[in-house]
Design a protein around this ligand. Structure first.
Ligand code: GLN
Ligand code: ZN
Length: 758
């Protein structure tokens, strides 16, 4: 009998109950007990949904972040909070977000750094370590949730982050080496496992996703050492890897002395056979056969075709599960009342994925005949997606087939273009501009909502948006900026806005996925071949352009960013989807140019996010990502100036690709790093123009003129002044006008000073 289990469930709640409870608590409107009771209700509801499984995960729930939870379990908190008064919950939120309830900006401490969890869009709180770090087990949270689950009659399986992955995720705050802490760390894990066994746990899921990364020899040895020790525990360990193949860590993983291994058989399907033949005979093999990273229905018959022989071979040693925690998909498709009826039949969110798992389990354990009807329904859904004319459009595929290298090539070199652009635009030295959005005021959001609900006519909505655009243009004129923007008033989100106007996209009402803490995102769903029925931005940009004699920059989101922030197709390579997007946005670029827009910015905010986990795979990704950008951007005339913007500035390892994009101007996020990150642009001799963000838009503070002048002077030490632009770090939509105007005024003054000085 194959055993069924799950690795983790989304905790935010189908109605984002956790988000709202947290935010009430942080505002001081709910007590700790009320927050904990919502949390317990959610755990109960989620366990209920999983109760048909043989083993149910416990400890995957978190009030903010599971890595932060593990840091608390291990007693690894930064000194800056252990000294403070208050409860453990106060300290928890201090590390999570810099402050607990009712703490003002005066008393706040700096929050733990947040970074992306492997290649997902989930962000965890980076544990901090120093040479002095000691670990002090605090198992209470886990033990109490374990007993909570037991009381509810569940067969509970505690879930923890394994010691090597935990250290891998840590960041040293001094000169120490985090791996040196392993000896100090392991006793805490031994103790924890003992406590769990004493509480009645048989199996413990110990997550070690670092095994799918490139590991140096010392990290591989750390695995051997750690598990040699932990194998002495009475707990049966299910060592869990996910998000990729094991490759050069495969032998290591199969030979660690644990009772079972979980493996992501969606992303690592090609390694399954090897795993089956090399895994020692006494071990359980848990195969993650349902995609925990995407929202498509599983082709159950196809999975059974390859899984049945393995089940025959492994018998009781086979477990089946989703590929990874379901944290990365929305909770429940059944809530969607307003969904495209054809497409909804192709999807599965977390709850539906559990049902798929049960079905597969029955088919494996009792034979397909026991669930023949359900399998047939699944098959019909899969076939209807495969043959749908809304998914497959010959004309789109033909257009992609016709792509040639010439499509991604500008007519002339940057040098020649720059001359023509400079003659046309007539900009001063150190030209000033912004990244695109201006404040999304309450009125704008209200108008958008009313319009969406049909309570505001199209005409009136357009009038209101045009009034906002006019306001933004007038303000920019008054400020004396050089290259203006329309302000993006009409856009809710830089990806959704385009997705909604492209054929091939659908949107859910409640498809929320946790991004960090209480913040959720609702990624658009790219389901079919992409086409652009009509221009998307031209009317707004043209209107803005008609209001000024200054150059007006048209604003678009690039194909790679649209792709990286969507749920994407699993029936074709990402490159293919991206090329389709590139052709659609290219048409928009050309329409803007035809409408007389001489400066066009194509944001690739998320290009870096798409980098594969293994460095050996980077070139392939970067090659097609750059290819897509070039196809989008480079069909314009020499005199048209192409900008791109990226929300980061670590370019050391990808500078070559950034240069190959061949944008005339790139604006990036640098103000917080004191321009040091620009070194790479100097060493590499980046050939085109750069706008290193001179102030941090994430902060409400007004940047002083002096500070921005200094930053730009530092930039000018690295990049010739004639190729520098002056601009903020990112878009201004989250700020209000009272912050934006004085900040930009100072920025323009700073540019004037720089011109005077040069
Ligand atoms: N043009 C977008 C804006 O200004 C860019 C946002 C981003 O980089 N994330 O809002
Ligand atoms: Zn940005």
């Amino acid at each position: 009998m194959a055993l069924l289990h799950n690795l983790g469930f989304p905790r935010i709640g189908s109605q984002r109950e956790l988000k709202f409870a947290l935010e009430r608590f942080w505002r001081g409107e709910a007590s700790p007990a009320e927050l904990q009771s919502t949390a317990a209700d959610l755990r109960k509801a989620h366990w209920q949904l999983q109760s048909q499984l043989d083993l149910v995960p416990v400890g995957d729930f978190s009030l903010y972040d599971q890595i932060l939870d593990m840091s608390f379990t291990l007693g690894n908190l930064p000194d800056r909070v252990t000294r403070l008064e208050g409860s453990e919950l106060d300290n928890y939120f201090r590390v999570a977000r810099g402050r607990s309830v009712n703490e003002s900006s005066l008393t706040c401490v700096h929050a733990g750094e947040m970074t992306k969890w492997f290649d997902t869009n989930y962000h965890y709180i980076v544990p901090e370590v120093t040479e002095e770090t000691a670990f002090n087990l605090n198992p209470e949270r886990l033990l109490s949730q374990f007993s909570e689950a037991q009381q509810q009659g569940l067969n509970a399986k505690p879930v923890i982050i394994g010691p090597v992955t935990y250290l891998w995720l840590c960041k040293e705050k001094d000169q120490s080496q985090r791996l040196q802490l392993l000896d100090k760390l392991l006793p805490a894990y031994q103790l924890l496992l003992d406590k769990l066994v004493d509480a009645g746990a048989e199996w413990v899921q110990i997550d070690e996703p670092a095994l799918v990364m490139d590991l140096e020899r010392d990290w591989q040895q750390a695995y051997e050492k750690a598990y040699a020790l932990l194998s002495k525990s009475r707990a049966q360990l299910l060592l869990s890897t996910y998000f990729g193949e094991l490759r050069d860590n495969l032998q290591l993983a199969v030979n660690l002395p644990v009772a079972g291994l979980h493996f992501d058989a969606v992303r690592g399907l090609d390694e399954v056979d090897l795993l089956c033949t090399t895994l020692p005979e006494e071990k359980v093999l848990s195969l993650g056969v349902i995609d925990g990273r995407n929202i498509w229905k599983t082709d159950l018959n196809a999975v059974l075709n390859w899984l049945e022989p393995i089940a025959q071979q492994l018998q009781d040693r086979l477990w089946i599960a989703p590929s990874c925690s379901l944290l990365h998909v929305p909770v429940d498709l059944d809530q969607e009342t307003d969904f495209d009826p054809e497409v909804i039949n192709w999807l599965a969110f977390a709850k539906q994925k559990l049902a798929e798992l049960s079905l597969l389990g029955t088919a494996i354990n009792k034979g397909r005949a026991a669930v023949a009807e359900a399998l047939e329904n699944n098959n019909q859904a899969i076939q209807s997606r495969k043959s749908s004319q809304r998914v497959h459009k010959p004309e789109v595929k033909a257009a992609v087939d016709c792509i040639t290298a010439a499509l991604g090539k500008r007519q002339s070199s940057y040098k020649k273009r720059a001359e023509l652009q400079s003659a046309l635009l007539n900009l001063p030295a150190y030209p000033t501009t912004t990244i695109g959005s201006f404040p999304q005021t309450a009125e704008i959001r209200k108008a958008r909502l009313q319009h969406k609900k049909g309570r505001l006519s199209e005409e009136r909505y357009i009038e209101l948006m045009e009034a906002e655009i006019k306001r933004a243009v007038d303000e920019q004129e008054k400020l004396g900026l050089d290259v203006l923007v329309h302000g993006e008033a009409e856009r809710n989100d830089m990806v959704e806005y385009f997705g909604q106007q492209l054929d091939g996209y659908v949107f859910s009402q409640f498809g929320w996925v946790q991004s960090y803490g209480s913040r959720c995102v609702k990624p658009p769903i790219l389901f079919g071949d992409i086409s652009r029925p009509e221009p998307m931005t031209v009317r707004w940009t043209s209107y803005a352009k008609s209001l000024t004699d200054k150059p007006m920059k048209g604003m678009l989101t690039g194909p790679v960013t649209i792709l990286n922030w969507s749920f994407v197709r699993d029936d074709q390579p990402r490159r293919e989807s991206s090329l389709q997007l590139a052709l659609a946005i290219r048409d928009e670029v050309l329409d803007l140019e035809a409408a007389g827009v001489d400066v066009i910015q194509i944001d690739e905010a998320a290009l870096r996010e798409g980098l594969p986990l293994r460095q050996g795979d980077w070139t392939t990704y970067l090659d097609w990502a750059v290819e897509c950008f070039r196809i989008t951007a480079n069909g314009v005339k020499d005199a048209t100036q192409i900008h791109t913007h990226m929300c980061y500035s670590e370019f050391n390892d990808i500078i070559d690709s950034i240069a190959q994009m061949d944008a005339d101007v790139i604006t990036i996020e640098t103000s917080r790093s004191d321009m040091e990150l620009l070194d790479v642009f100097e060493e590499y001799e980046y050939p085109n123009e750069i706008g290193p963000g001179v102030y941090d838009i994430h902060s409400p503070n007004i940047p002083p003129v002096e500070q921005m002048v200094k930053l730009m002077q530092r930039a000018a030490e690295r990049i010739p002044a004639e190729r520098l632009w002056v601009n903020p770090d990112c878009g201004l939509k989250t700020r209000n006008w009272d912050e934006v105007i004085p900040a930009l005024k100072n920025m323009v003054t700073a540019a004037e000073r720089l011109r005077g000085a040069s």
